[in-house]
Write a protein that binds this ligand. Structure first.
Ligand SMILES: Cc1cc2nc3c(=O)[nH]c(=O)nc-3n(C[C@H](O)[C@H](O)[C@H](O)COP(=O)(O)OP(=O)(O)OC[C@H]3O[C@@H](n4cnc5c(N)ncnc54)[C@H](O)[C@@H]3O)c2cc1C
Length: 426
């Protein structure tokens, strides 16, 4: 490992040293979540000279929705494994890092997918050729920190210039600013309580954005019974029930001889499958495979079903931009409230949903925090911290009415800014 990649890993190591060392001190910045965006924010802060930050991560791993795990004696990726945009003018920044740290990678071969499509009765359909070059990270880097397991349950931003964070284990952390990177699914849930409640414009922006569910169901077999070689990596199954065990991918390129396949299901099918026992899912999947490959095929010996939707720390896999959701609302989604900053893939207006979106979002949020710390509290941020109403929960009717305006209008409207200013000093 060389250059930037080495620095990146050293930084991650340092972050955890800082985290362990500073549990009782008062850092400048508290970052909640050590997924792609949280780590990217940490790196940016560090590069900008802000070194007294801590990361509070609920799980025992770094990476969040990028999470490799062991399955049937092999390493598989439960979350993100495609690097989109490996070529072209808008190169994925992870592509360069992947090259530097020499990740095992290859192009996914969709070229024959429409030739490899089976109808509900298992009969092969005829199709046309399609080539989609997408790079797969077959073996992502794994950094194994000590279990952090700090589940943030409360963000108190009622005091000017100070944010107090509480975790499930009863610990309290205080900083000048917090960067929240949990998924929008988490923000939509009641896992984290805000004191005072987030303003209406913010809650609306959060609640109206959308997160989907995408599940890779891994199956290992005692032997291979599917075609292998060029043009066979994927096959589709078309059922009258939309998305019923629809997209199959064999991992021969990644793990030759492992006899592992995974089938992808999404949204309602994902939720249904997450809620039922694995054995039932295995029986359903086997029925589909027997339709395609015949009754003689052996049962799967292992099955693994990631449960991203049921997991209170994710509540979904990646965001979709809902129809009718305006760019103003999205600006509100990523806008800070007082010293509470929001980041994560969902806050990137172009690359939402993707790991590279999370990477850029983290760096951009860290930039904003950096500016805040350098200037201390700017007037506009002071105003924003008031938009939730008074700390005692009582609302001023005029202010409340104005709060329903998109944030840009609030800030651009001099009358509104004056109201907020007056309110601040009352
Ligand atoms: C199955 C699947 C397949 C995907 N495929 C691809 C792909 O091929 N290509 C691609 O580019 N992207 C893909 N993605 C999307 C990509 O993984 C995400 O966009 C990206 O990893 C999100 O990073 P993030 O930092 O925004 O969020 P996260 O990775 O969710 O990071 C947030 C962190 O916050 C932590 N957290 C949550 N709540 C709390 C709390 N209360 N207290 C403390 N910590 C908390 C979480 O544990 C997590 O570590 C996929 C995702 C999934 C799940």
């Amino acid at each position: 490992m060389k250059g930037e990649a080495m620095k990146f890993h050293l930084l991650i190591f340092m972050i955890f040293l800082v985290n362990l060392a500073s549990a009782s001190s008062s850092p400048s910045v508290i970052i909640v979540g050590a997924g792609m965006s949280g780590i990217s924010a940490a790196k940016k802060l560090h590069d900008e000279g802000i070194k007294d930050f801590i990361i509070l991560e609920a799980t025992s791993w770094i990476g969040g929705r990028i999470h490799k795990t062991e399955f049937g004696g092999y390493v598989v990726e439960k979350g993100a494994n495609w690097l989109h945009g490996a070529e072209g003018p808008l190169k994925n920044p992870m592509y360069e890092i992947a090259k530097q740290i020499k990740l095992k990678s290859f192009y996914s071969d969709f070229s024959n997918v429409s030739y490899n499509t089976y109808k509900q009765d298992g009969i092969l359909c005829l199709g046309t050729k399609m080539v989609i070059p997408i790079l797969v990270l077959g073996n992502s880097t794994h950094i194994s920190p000590k279990g952090i397991k700090k589940v943030v349950t409360e963000v108190d931003y009622s005091k000017r210039g100070k944010v107090t964070i509480k975790t499930e284990d009863g610990k309290v952390y205080t900083g000048q600013a917090v960067i929240l990177s949990p998924s929008i699914g988490v923000l939509q849930s009641d896992l984290i309580t805000f004191k005072p409640q987030l303003p209406f414009w913010k809650r609306r922006a959060i609640n109206e954005f959308s997160i989907g569910v995408y599940t890779k169901i891994f199956l290992k077999f005692p032997k291979k019974f599917w075609p292998t070689g060029k043009g066979t990596e994927f096959f589709y199954y078309v059922h009258e029930r939309r998305g019923y065990y629809a997209i199959w991918q064999q991992l021969e390129m990644e793990h030759p001889g492992a006899n592992i396949m995974f089938v992808t299901v999404t949204d309602d099918e994902s939720k249904r499958i997450e809620a039922q026992p694995d054995e039932k899912t295995k029986a359903e999947a086997m029925k589909v495979l027997r339709k395609i490959f015949g009754d003689d095929i052996p049962d799967a010996t292992d099955i693994m079903i990631p449960r991203w939707y049921s997991d209170r720390l994710y509540r979904g896999t990646f965001t979709n931009w809902p129809v009718g959701y305006s760019i103003e609302k999205h600006n509100n989604l990523k806008a800070p409230v007082g010293n509470v900053f929001f980041t994560g893939e969902h806050t990137h207006a172009e690359l939402f949903g993707y790991a590279d979106g999370a990477y850029y979002a983290g760096a951009s949020t860290a930039n904003e925090v950096n500016k805040l710390l350098k200037k201390k509290m700017s007037p506009s941020l002071r105003s924003l911290s008031l938009t939730s109403g008074r700390a005692d929960g009582k609302r001023r009717p005029l202010l409340y009415l104005l709060l329903s305006l998109p944030r840009n209008e609030q800030l651009e409207n001099p009358f509104f800014s004056n109201c907020l200013y007056l309110y601040w000093w009352m």
